[in-house]
Design a protein around this ligand. Structure first.
Ligand code: NOJ
Length: 587
């Protein structure tokens, strides 16, 4: 039995004493790790221009070390026209001046390693920026780079630029057609995201080798892994067939033709080998919006040498009408959420590995979406959501500000939004006759800028994020919800996350214990058992804003069990307050 971890200093914990740096990564070190995602634009601004930057991150590494995280995943900082906040890259081997310089990135790598933190870069290779030299060259139909992108003539019998002339009926993920006409050549190029994000053609071996060379360059620079943006889209059905059009819709979905394509695993294995990802024990996590459990089992099976883990979207797609866009929001009963996460736990129990997340820069704030962000329940619900997630089996990801219980933003009008996806949706939805209030309500719940408001460091002007004018308004609740206050308060969300992370480092059952979901249909209780040869952990959580009493007969015998972590320390018995949760260790 291990001692309760309240108050323990969460020091740097890795499975090796070797110094950090290339060559010092033990195999599968990421199984005991917790990853912290930094969205650089919104983390910390060092030069007063209102936008976060690399020196700002380096200056706040003490926050991450105190929290106890093992890895920093850095959203893109490469040179970019910033059409999609850096997910449109014009130079993979340079830093955008907005964020700093290559020397600043080197300083961040060194700083991370000195704090016992590894650094994982975002890898965006489904598409480049239209300002990338590869694409600029490819605009010339006679260029050897023409085939590096998906150029196609208009649909037979159609004049370029006329309605329906696009080579397929596909809709872009950011609304409108996924094809853009290039007037000069009369041909269209494919962009699954914005018009400034043309898709690379992975069928062309030169494209793949150029990407691998760039990745090796970053590995040589000292990075510890890659988070791979929409990597399940890189292999397509080369016939580019039209997609099904929903009733009343104008465009078809490209999903069938572009997601989880026929050569995806071949490309991933090739990348792993050519870059030495497995040999270097680099962390690899693939963002895969359309991944199934079956595919994830294969992709994360270590014997296949593809990826270490994937981001599935199953649980973050549940509050959407089936088949509908993300804006078509439906209520989410707790049993569906529990069942979905449990399916992934069971599906990857004997092979592969899960990633665990509530939040990232594309998702609304978890405490607003899955918890209760009212002043009465914000803290307890943020803690309980963290507890439940981190006690699943897999590698947890914490998105900046989640450790403070940051909430969605109270944006008033569309003029306050900066995100291209939200602005495009607003425009297109109004054009197709949607009611303005309904569109604004959907944006308030699901808009990506909810996650992108500046990090709340203190109660001062602009939350201590910048001395200038922040690029996106700071959430006014920073006067209560901020890192300075949270670090000083032993009962804060921050200190709860710190204890959760330390528990993972210290307790083998959190890492490897067999997972079982109890009471799957209970509308309020989330009960999880993690079991192994050394004993059992039981998580008992009230995921609702009403009290609930568990029936003793429904639970494992908790007599003599030790509470390792609790939202309301000192409370006992089967009656749970709103959003109360406990982690028990049973002998
Ligand atoms: C997924 C990224 O997380 C998102 O922010 C981006 O807009 C798209 N991929 C396109 O790169």
């Amino acid at each position: 039995m291990i001692a309760p971890i309240w108050g323990r200093v969460a020091g740097v914990t890795t499975s090796s004493d070797a110094p950090f740096g290339t060559g010092s990564r033990p195999a599968q070190w990421w199984r005991t790790a917790v990853v912290y995602q930094v969205y650089p634009r919104s983390f910390a601004d060092s030069d007063g221009d209102g936008v976060g930057d690399l020196p700002g991150i380096t200056a706040h590494l003490d926050h991450l070390e105190r929290l106890g995280v093992d890895v920093l995943w850095l959203s893109p900082v490469y040179r970019s026209p910033m059409d999609d906040n850096g997910y449109d890259i014009s130079d993979y081997q340079d830093i955008d001046p907005l964020f700093g310089t290559l020397a600043d990135l080197d300083a961040l790598i060194t700083g991370c390693h000195a704090h016992g933190i590894r650094l994982v870069m975002d890898l965006v290779v489904n598409h480049t920026s239209d300002e990338h030299p590869w694409f600029v060259e490819s605009r010339d139909p006679t260029s050897p780079k023409r085939d590096w992108y998906w150029w196609r003539p208009p649909r037979p019998g159609h004049e370029p630029g006329t309605e329906g002339a696009e080579p397929t009926n596909w809709e872009s993920i950011f609304s409108g057609s996924a094809w853009q006409l290039d007037e000069a050549s009369g041909e269209y190029y494919l962009h699954l995201f914005s018009t400034k994000q043309p898709d690379l053609n992975w069928e062309n071996p030169q494209v793949r080798q150029a990407v691998y060379a760039m990745m090796r360059w970053w590995v040589d620079r000292g990075v510890d892994g890659f988070r791979m943006d929409v990597i399940d889209l890189i292999s397509r059905d080369p016939a580019l067939p039209d997609g099904p059009v929903p009733p009343g819709g104008r465009f078809g979905s490209p999903h069938e033709a572009v997601a989880n394509g026929p050569r995806l695993e071949e490309f991933l294995t090739e990348m792993n080998r050519e870059v030495g990802l497995g040999a270097g024990h680099l962390l690899t996590v693939g963002e895969m919006p359309g991944v199934t459990i079956e595919l994830a089992r294969r992709v994360t099976d270590p014997r296949r040498h593809e990826l270490d883990m994937v981001f599935s979207f199953a649980h973050v797609d549940l509050d959407v009408r089936p088949g509908g866009p993300k804006w078509d929001i439906v209520p989410l009963p707790l049993p569906r959420l529990k069942r979905t996460l449990a399916d992934w736990q069971e599906g990857l129990a004997d092979v592969g590995w899960n990633s665990l997340y509530w939040n990232n820069h594309d998702q609304p704030r978890a405490v607003t979406r899955f918890g209760d962000d009212s002043p009465e329940h914000r803290v307890a619900s943020a803690k309980t959501l963290g507890t439940v997630l981190h006690l699943h089996r897999g590698t947890p990801y914490v998105y900046q500000g989640e450790e403070l219980g940051m909430t969605n933003a109270p944006f008033g009008s569309i003029a306050e939004y900066r995100d291209i996806e939200s602005i495009r949706y607003h425009e297109q939805a109004l054009l197709s006759g949607a009611l303005p209030d309904a569109v604004m309500a959907a944006l308030a719940l699901k808009g990506r800028d909810n996650a992108r408001t500046p990090m709340q460091w203190d109660a001062g002007p602009h939350a201590g994020f910048t001395t200038g004018t922040p690029w996106l308004p700071v959430n006014p609740n920073h006067v209560e919800v901020n890192a300075e206050a949270a670090r000083a308060d032993p009962s804060s969300v921050f200190n709860h996350y710190r204890a959760l992370i330390a528990l993972r480092h210290d307790h083998p059952l959190v890492v490897d214990g067999r997972f079982e979901l109890l009471l799957p249909d209970h509308p309020q209780l989330w009960v999880v058992v993690r079991e192994g040869a050394i004993g059992r952990l039981v998580v008992l959580a009230n995921c609702s804003s009403q009290p609930v009493t568990a029936a003793a007969g429904d639970l494992p015998d908790l007599a003599g069990a030790t509470v390792l972590l609790a939202t309301h320390p000192g409370r006992e018995g089967l009656e749970l307050l709103p959003w109360e949760s406990r982690v028990y260790e049973v002998g």
